[in-house]
Design a protein around this ligand. Structure first.
Ligand SMILES: Cc1cc2nc3c(=O)[nH]c(=O)nc-3n(C[C@H](O)[C@H](O)[C@H](O)COP(=O)(O)OP(=O)(O)OC[C@H]3O[C@@H](n4cnc5c(N)ncnc54)[C@H](O)[C@@H]3O)c2cc1C
Length: 260
């Protein structure tokens, strides 16, 4: 069972950051992942009073507060219209609605989980994270960083005219994904992100013209370049095979949508 000695409802980001510097402190998101641990925490830091809930739409971006829930993203009309429903599609298999009403965007991104659907999609949308002290860092770079002792305040998705497609394979409906892929095309440039390898998602960039042959070549190349591992859900070999299939589906989907 998770236990903590002290509960701090922070009144400012500075107070939360200062407290978070102590090794025994932990920043709370929705607590859905944290609660599975057996750690004894010194201070649990709650950011509920710091106005970090909700999606702010500006002329050139969507700025998502860390305490926005996964369900809020899944149901966000403007984001889903802008990105072909890819957020709805990628989030709907995460456990259940009640769970997604509690799990936060901040906890999901800060965790950089090797099974994450959330990170794979946000990476394809070229998102950045806003950290209280370190400032804005691209999600791609954040995914390569070691331990970060900061507070994630926002996730920023730039407004782009993208064709996007998301695909995942699960052994059963709401289990962790065996592999997930999100491709986003901007003009002739396509970014293909592969996650649940099972390791942090990675992005590959290619030029994609409208030919099916090119899509197949890209799918084969990513499947051979990416590093996969085995766990209780699947072998590395199966994941490599899946990668080729899912990337091909995502690229074909984008080409078909654009043709239509
Ligand atoms: C049973 C189960 C199944 C799941 N299945 C999937 C799945 O299929 N696909 C998927 O993508 N995800 C899945 N997840 C992950 C889930 O969607 C959330 O990402 C996860 O629960 C973390 O979100 P949270 O808000 O609960 O964060 P918490 O558990 O509260 O925190 C997670 C970590 O982030 C830190 N943290 C939280 N917020 C901040 C912040 N603002 N700044 C700095 N640090 C912070 C915490 O200290 C902690 O280390 C699953 C989780 C569980 C428990």
């Amino acid at each position: 069972m998770l236990t903590f000695n002290r509960y701090l409802r922070a009144t400012s980001l500075e107070e939360a950051y200062t407290e978070a510097q102590k090794k025994s402190s932990v920043v709370l998101g929705g607590g859905m992942w944290l609660r599975l641990g057996k750690r004894r925490i010194g201070t649990a830091i709650d950011l509920s009073d710091l106005g970090l809930c909700g999606v702010e739409e500006t002329e050139d971006s969507y700025r998502i507060g860390a305490y926005t829930t996964l369900r809020d993203l899944e149901c966000h009309a403007a984001l889903n219209t802008q990105y072909s429903g890819v957020l709805r599609e990628s989030l709907r298999a995460i456990v259940g609605v009640q769970f997604r009403n509690l799990a936060t965007v901040g906890g999901s991104v800060f965790g950089r989980f090797g099974f994450s659907d959330v990170v794979t999609v946000l990476l394809a949308l070229d998102a950045s994270v806003e950290l209280y002290k370190a400032g804005v860092v691209s999600l791609e770079r954040f995914c390569t960083m070691g331990r970060v002792n900061d507070i994630l305040t926002h996730v920023i998705i730039p407004k782009r005219s993208l064709s996007v497609s998301y695909h995942a394979q699960r052994n059963s409906a709401t289990d962790f994904p065996v592999l997930n892929v999100c491709a986003a095309r901007n003009g002739e440039q396509v970014t293909v992100c592969v996650g649940a390898r099972p390791a942090r998602a990675v992005a590959y960039r290619y030029t994609l013209d409208g030919t099916a042959g090119k899509a197949e070549r890209i799918a084969n190349e990513i499947a051979s370049r990416a590093v996969f591992d085995s766990n209780t859900r699947a072998t590395a070999r199966y994941r490599r095979h899946l990668c080729c299939v899912l990337v091909r589906r995502a690229l074909d989907d984008i080409l078909e949508k654009e043709e239509a």
